[in-house]
Design a protein around this ligand. Sequence first.
Ligand code: CMC
Length: 435
Amino acid sequence: MSGTTQKTVTITLDGTNRKLTVPLMHGTAGADVFDIRKLYGELGVFTYDPGYGATASCESKITYIDGDVGILQYRGYPIEQLADHSNFLEVCYLLLNGELPNAVQAAEFNKGVMHHTMLHEQIRSFYNGFRRDAHPMAVMCGVVGALSAFYHDSLDINDPESRRISAFRLVAKLPTIAAWAYKYTIGQPFMYPRNDLTYAENFLYMFHGVPTEEYKVNPVLSKAMDLIMILHADHEQNASTSTVRLAGSTGANPFACIAAGIASLWGPAHGGANEAVLKMLADIGHVDNIPDFLSEVKDKNNHAKLMGFGHRVYKNYDPRAKIIQQACHDVLHELGIEGDPLLDLAMALEKIALTDPYFVDRKLYPNVDFYSGIILKAMGFPTSMFTALFALSRTVGWITQWQELIEDPEQRIGRPRQIYTGPAERDYVPVDKRA
Ligand code: CMC
């Protein structure tokens, strides 16, 4: 629970004698927040905050970010420690349950999740409705939303056991759904999950394997996959998570809410940035073209952005970018890819951007997506799969946040207000009388 500080904020409506004193709340860490819930009732005014840059929409115990110093913690544990010592399913347990598991709890949880990796057999035929060139994110939006048509027995959002099973189902089935989205586009048979493998290994097996040959999972790749999943597992109230929460606030079922989150993640300003970074690097093509490209980005009349740079919260280095940049070097080295031209180009671009006053003044640093595309490409993933991999890793964060929302007695249906600036009331004019 948050606490109330001794401090208050008093808001006075100029020209009237109406004022409201509201408490200043504080959490475990981070900025204090003043509670404006009574504002409209008492003073008849709203707050204006497009993009919610100054709005705390909920209390949360899951993830903490301090963007000024580049801190990211899941349930209090620094991302660097989790990246070094944990594994994705342990992080899933931590997010969902609030504490790290002991050995028995971990074994039970892993078994519980992996038990749900298969999809209802009828979902196979659902894929045939898509064009072969469908973007994997389009397939993911559709198939994840359709899960609610297949798993009726875990749709009661007021039943904790139903919620637990839905969470397991989502975490377990997303790799299968994502791998099949890819297999469908390339016309290869769907590979059924293998529950004897780890979560990351099973995904790589379903993605790269074919029924005609034995597929041996490369441990370098499965370790990198696991790391990428840990880094993307949650990120407090970002756009897709807020979308999941907003959908959840209406009482929508968890599969529908996660489908909404996937749709929101797809945009290039959010999870779609990893795909956009690779397209941008390909367009730049050569180190010599960087100055021209950066001039375009800095031109106010141009909509181009340096993709993979900038973040609403991080005004210092994104800690995930630091970890992934190092992993990128390790993976390329271990795979024997020396001097990857895209990595060289990305590093040159980063170096130039980090000394350019435009980026320095605006505190624009590389974010997680700047390097994730390069590592994913080296691991054999096509560009179109990058955001789908983000979605499958983020699903545990979304469903944890959704559970927290459902269990929070303070949460109501999400319903922002507006400043109406359209026409004032006017009378309807019949068509023959209009100019
Ligand atoms: N390239 C060039 N200029 C930028 C960039 C960029 N990548 N990002 C921000 N700016 C400029 C922006 O134009 C504005 O300039 P001015 O003050 O002159 O108008 C200033 O920096 C402040 O930016 P903002 O638009 O107010 O920042 P925001 O918090 O609204 O947007 C962002 C954050 C991530 C959407 C934005 O930085 C961006 O579009 N970055 C590129 C896309 C990207 O890499 N997204 C991945 C985010 S991390 C992964 C995830 O969690 O989704």
